[in-house]
Design a protein around this ligand. Structure first.
Ligand SMILES: N[C@@H](CCC(=O)N[C@@H](CS)C(=O)NCC(=O)O)C(=O)O
Length: 206
């Protein structure tokens, strides 16, 4: 039994794991679950991930969920093409950046998604300010190519892509407008990876 990967289109957490599976050249069975059709809440899927969320991974008879835990497991279990550097300080820095992306950038992005279309412009500008402050933070935190191909890159990229997409889908400049040159260059480096196109969320392509 190999690796089974459970994915939902557009989930930045699931995209993170997908990029890591590809980066590490691991073979896996891809399972696309539909949010709309309730496929994350079936008895079968809840037996894999009792939280009913994506991503999840089954490796043999071991089931695991939570994107960061999955990424760490994959890197330790399958050490080829590592996504964590060997130096303890670099490893800690990669972990810190991943945690910061999920703990500080994702929450305002989530609020932005929830607010879009609700017409609450006052709330919207406050949330945009929170998103742009975080984007500025990451603009300053990324130093050149240092973390290209690390677990932190694969955590951060899907969140930036989401910010950009949210901006493009609005009539006024949105979150994507705050992505400045270093982050933009970082996104381009990820997008140039040979396996990247395969991982674009299926419903973004159509
Ligand atoms: N902390 C979790 C977050 C996973 C998560 O929130 N996934 C969302 C998609 S972005 C989901 O599956 N939502 C479905 C639901 O809550 O019903 C992780 O790191 O994997």
């Amino acid at each position: 039994m190999g690796i089974e990967f459970y994915y939902g289109s557009g989930s930045p957490f699931a995209w993170n794991v997908w990029l890591v599976l590809e980066h590490k050249r691991l073979p896996y069975e891809f399972n696309l679950l539909s949010f709309r059709n309730g496929e994350l809440k079936t008895k079968e899927y809840l037996a894999i991930n009792p939280r009913g969320k994506v991503p999840a991974l089954v490796d043999g008879d071991f089931a695991l969920w939570e994107a960061s835990a999955i990424v760490e497991y994959l890197d330790e279990r399958y050490p080829n093409h590592p996504v964590f550097p060997s130096d303890p300080i670099d490893r800690a820095t990669v972990r810190r950046l991943s945690a910061e992306a999920y703990n500080y950038l994702y929450p305002p992005l989530r609020r932005l998604m929830d607010l879009q279309g609700s017409g609450g412009e006052t709330d919207l500008s406050a949330v945009l300010k929170d998103v742009s402050r975080e984007l500025d933070y990451f603009e300053d935190a990324l130093h050149g190519n240092r973390f290209a191909g690390s677990a932190a890159d694969f955590t951060l990229y899907p969140l930036l892509a989401l910010a950009k997409r949210l901006g493009e889908r609005r009539t006024q400049p949105g979150a994507g407008a705050h992505i400045r040159p270093k982050l933009d260059g970082f996104m381009q480096r990820i997008e140039a990876l040979p396996y990247f196109p395969k991982t674009i969320p299926p419903h973004w392509k159509g």
